[in-house]
Design a protein around this ligand. Structure first.
Ligand SMILES: Cc1ncc(COP(=O)(O)O)c(C=O)c1O
Length: 361
């Protein structure tokens, strides 16, 4: 690419690149390990509309109505269709948000370690990105101080936070919103990709009276639907109208809209699965802690495990045994997605062989 006239802010940057390696146990991209049931796949096949010669509903109204119902079930909050928006993964929602509210001359702020795409999509849309360091635990004072100091145009909070795992209680989100409101310049995005796994209330419950609060969610994680690429947003209707200015026409195919609507109809089955994954997580944490490892507190379907002297070498040794986890670039930790009970038992065994790479604490 060296002689291409690339935009200067992209020169030398690396693309998003979680390794996609075909190994028996893949615990690196935080999907639900259980595939959708055959009856749901059959329903999807039956529902695909025959009129593929026509463009899809540009505004995906049927799907947005279904997602609004799902949110009532999830959060107890009833939103109207014009408060919900859908796109190809929450990454596309984040991109539309930054296209509409970021851009040249504007700044997005996120706390790091955090979700890497907040920074990558910011840069991709010409938005400056400021990464403010955070600990495993993020408290309201730290967030408020950063907002007052930097007055961002777009503030990212992630709850539960990827990769650290802890979720933010509503009072932290509210304090951040109040601090941003004082600056009268920005919008606040709460990325709730893992909300279904968390024990705290969703920020959807804070939308009323907070027109600059945007909550992004996804069907890629708890929903077990990552391959379909569907994410969504809950916000004030004016925010959704703003996103219509930047979305591509017909961005969400009829195939995706139909399949996602069926998946939402089948969502009651997920509750037991989500409970099971949380139990598997807690059992995994207990098992490895009993063997001398540490885990960061997690409200999500992943957990940081450590402390490793050399996470990159530990990652490779696990891969050599057919287990793919995520080296997120943190000095002592590897991130592990919660898989099936059998997969987690295999990981517990494999960690037993990595004691030489464990840091003495
Ligand atoms: C915090 C967070 N937000 C958003 C996403 C994007 O998910 P998707 O584009 O599949 O909806 C991810 C995926 O890993 C994530 O971890």
């Amino acid at each position: 690419m060296s002689d291409l006239p690339l935009r200067p802010e992209l020169v030398g940057r690396s693309p998003y690149g979680a390794p996609q390696i075909d190994v028996p146990i893949r615990l690196n991209t935080n999907e639900n390990p259980y595939p959708p049931p055959p009856e749901m796949i059959a329903d999807i096949a039956a529902r695909i509309a025959p009129d593929l010669n026509r463009y899809p509903d540009r505004d995906a109204v049927g799907l947005r109505a279904a997602l609004a119902e799902y949110l009532v079930d999830q959060t107890g909050v009833r939103l109207s269709v014009d408060q919900v928006w859908a796109a190809n993964g929450s990454n596309e929602i984040l991109q539309q948000i930054l296209q509409a509210f970021g851009g040249p001359g504007r700044t997005a702020l996120g706390f790091q370690p955090g979700y890497t795409m907040h920074e990558l999509i910011s840069r991709g849309t010409g938005t400056a990105f400021l990464g403010v360091p955070r600990d495993l635990h993020l408290d309201a004072d730290h967030v408020v101080a950063a907002v007052r100091e930097h007055r961002p145009d777009v503030l990212f909070l992630c709850s539960p936070n990827n990769p650290t795992g802890e979720s933010l209680p509503p009072d932290v989100i509210n304090a951040a919103y109040q601090a941003l409101a004082e600056t009268d310049s920005g919008i606040m995005v709460v990325d709730e990709a893992y909300a279904e796994f968390a024990g705290v209330d969703s920020a959807v419950g804070l939308l009323e009276g907070r027109p600059r609060l945007l909550v992004t969610r996804t069907m890629s994680k708890a929903f077990a639907f990552a391959g379909a690429r569907v994410g969504y947003l809950a916000a004030d209707p004016a925010v959704v109208e703003a996103l219509l200015l930047v979305r591509l026409p017909y961005h969400l195919s009829s195939l995706t809209q139909a399949a996602a609507q069926v998946a939402v109809e089948h969502s009651p089955r997920l509750k037991e699965q989500i409970r099971h994954l949380c139990r598997t997580r807690d059992e995994f944490v207990a098992a490895v802690s009993a063997k001398g490892w540490q885990c960061a507190p997690s409200d999500a379907n992943f957990v940081l495990v450590g402390p490793f002297i050399d996470p990159a070498r530990a990652w490779q040794r696990l891969l050599d045994q057919g287990i793919l986890v995520r080296d997120v670039g943190l000095p002592r930790w590897l991130r592990v997605t919660i898989g099936t009970d059998e997969q987690m038992a295999a990981l517990v065994d494999a960690l037993g062989g990595l004691k030489d790479l464990r840091e003495r604490t």
